[in-house]
Design a protein around this ligand. Sequence first.
Ligand code: NAP
Ligand code: MG
Length: 500
Amino acid sequence: MPTQRKNSRNTRRRKTPELLFGDLWEFDPAPESADPKLKESYSLYIDGQQSAPKSRKYFESINPGTEKALTRIPAAGKADVNDAFSAATNGLNKYWSKLSGKDRGKYLYRIARLLQDRAREFAVAESLDGGKPIKESRDFDIPMAAAHFFYYAGWADKLEYALPGGSYSPYGVVGQIIPWNFPLLMLAWKIAPALATGNCVVIKPAETTSITALKFAEILQEAELPPGVVNIVSGAGATGQLIVNHPAAKKIAFTGSTDVGKAIMRATAGTGKGLTLELGGKAANIVFEDAPIDQAVEGVINGIFFNQGHVCCAGSRLLIQESIAKTFVQKLKTRIASLRVGNPLDKNTDIGAINSKEQLDKINDLVKSGVKEGAELFQSSCSLPGQGWFFRPSLFDGVTQSHRIAREEIFGPVLSILTFRTVSEAIEKANNTAYGLSAGVWTDKGSKILKMSTALKAGVVWANTYNKFDPTSPFGGYKESGCGREGGKQGICDYLKVEY
Ligand code: NAP
Ligand code: MG
């Protein structure tokens, strides 16, 4: 349990909010102690076997909280990717296509249960490798990954209810590529619906966060999943390109940046391959003057600082109604000053490490542009660890639509604040973006929620909450945020070729 030094928080809050979060009031360290059971070096997972890469190439996976290497990860080359697709084709023809939906579901249940059994170990590995706070990997990423396997296990023998009256078939072998912000969860979003619908998989995790994907191979072996049904090939962007261009890949499912998504769309155009793209976002989180203010402050904080802001649907553009803007921004600043930044493995950490040096440079670059273009920067004055890649939780007040920080995805703990006067101005500003992934609305009025959720061009609109996820709920974007949906019944349909 964290301990409190002297005086109660309430006493101090009533007097001087600044003192509360200064040197006088601290949490003792509370590091998570579970063993992540990391190996010195990992293998590719092809045809049900751990195999050394034919490329003979490896790279190091770095702990962004310490900048030290954790383990060696294989970089799959052309021969490895070819092997993975051969194994997947074989796995499909020999095993997976011969199983009933009920039996496929049994494997998915087994995977979900095994993941639950090793949840703490996976949570520590995820936080070490990616930098996210342990409370998030422990309470969100890993349980939610297991929940996706449970959920799609239930669909495996009920596909006809997802597509009543239609005739459908799986794509066959699908290629999947995932990003670094929710490594195991993105893997679950991809693999669970693909297997439930009868497809086999070749998947590539992101270069900076491959560990939990390669540990997941151990779970597949333990579950005795037939060989070739899932193949995991780690590597950089070049490995991703090999997957996209492989003729045996009948569908590509990609989550990542809009630039790479566009390149994949060009590469697959005219090939007949199926395609789903889950790309970037620049969500508006809109607070009306009739909103429950303190609840909205918490929602805005969660919307932008969850997972260091490395969230595609982060509420990175706050739109506040002008009449409450001053009070609201002041409350936000006080709350930001209380966020604890530091060791991702500490149970009290709110904001962990930035995933990579490259990402930290990108955040710094965009923050500099915000200052240069005239927005007003506020940053927490918290101390940062001496080593590792960290960034102070920040907000920009006085942002205008033309600023880069209002248009580009920062993908870090930085909030851009704009104001509006009327409902129509809020809608206009919220939709004035190339993206369309998510949005938030904070108001006491139900009719306003209904109007906004129709008018906002975003795949997900949260009302009086933010960043809520559930396997039953479809997720995906409009415009440059991508195409296709993951999660829910819609997630099933995107892994089937349908004929009516
Ligand atoms: P990224 O650079 O596009 O990388 C995503 C994945 O694609 C990684 O595995 C990457 O490998 C691989 N890749 C890179 N170049 C490729 C190429 N030419 N062909 C095929 N694969 C290639 O994105 P990121 O920086 O990892 O992730 C952050 C982005 O993902 C943000 O824009 C975020 O909004 C988006 N995102 C979207 C969702 C959603 O559901 N809409 C969810 C999470 C994240 P390397 O790791 O080796 O670079
Ligand atoms: Mg790493």
